[in-house]
Design a binder for this molecule. Sequence first.
Ligand SMILES: *Cc1c(COP(=O)(O)O)cnc(C)c1O
Length: 372
Amino acid sequence: MKAPLLDLEPIHTPIRDELRQAVLRVLDSNHYIGGPELENFEREISAYCGVKHAAGVSSGTDALLISLMALNIGPGDEVIVPSYTFFSTAGSVSRLGAKPIFCDINPITYNIDIEKASKLISSRTKAIIPVHLFGQTVAMPEIIQISQDNGLHVVEDAAQAVGAKYKNQMAGSIGTFGCLSFFPSKNLGGIGDGGLVMTNDGNLYELLLTLRQHGATQRYYHSRIGGNFRMDAIQAAALRIKLHHLDEWTKIRRANAAYYLDRLKDLEIQRYIQLPVEFPENFHVYNQFVIRTVNRDALQQYMGDHGIGTAIYYPLPLHLQECFRESGLKRGDLPESEKAAEQTLALPIFPGLTNEQMNIVVETMRRFYASV
Ligand SMILES: *Cc1c(COP(=O)(O)O)cnc(C)c1O
């Protein structure tokens, strides 16, 4: 591989000793679930994201699930979600017996189309889940406006957007809840699964802590039905180390994006590709650098043949997934989501990618378009 889509090696090598020490500290502590490492991590990440409370959980998926559980979402309720996102944004709604209502996206940002979302609100709608896709935030003031006008809760899916900002507000700090994922490929990745729910509401935070351990207010006394959504101490310890480096990695991701934006501009001018657009009120953290092209499948094949890793996020929008056939939606109903699924391709952007590797990515793309 000349340029893989993601390589954790150059990210972890400089902090390997620190990570090892953190892991050994947990091993020797005999305290493996929650505990002081988690409490410290929760305090540190709350400060970083500018929220009052944070509850570490088992994954980003469980962060979404437990947020919806805390809002009592269940059968008969509707939750508006974008169709073009990772599965769990909608899967978490269905798992509670509620109905995900799929909304189309804005073709420039790939984020939920807020005007279309406002037209999907019904008397059954309880919440909306804006997803800050690829690391760029949704226009949150507009989301907050339509949710206040209609009495909806906002659960931000900030799984791809830790450290991203809308003006001066951090992704995940604006809605009723904000959810993060620490899946290893996210900008703040653990050494296994992990997630986080953030909120400024003290009562909801207490409820999260209860739901995180089977709804127990006191051991073996259950006020609600929750689940085992706890975070391991080893993840918290590793994430504490990595949180110190997050801003520096974000800076590199943004510099890598700037490099591509400059070097691929002429392919955009010639209308071969569409580059990502960062809106002025946004601070984009580029979890993915996603281009759009009508020759997507051929380009991906060519890049792969020349040692360059790329990925398709996501090849089938959620409203067309077999498991969501009850939505009744069919091909053609959410055209921008469907088009994005056919045309987008993520290029390598991770911190640790060298300029030489990025140059190979750019030159390979040029050779491909010179031949089409
Ligand atoms: C990664 C991701 C999740 C789920 O996080 P996990 O930690 O993998 O469970 C949810 N939503 C989006 C948009 C994601 O990218």
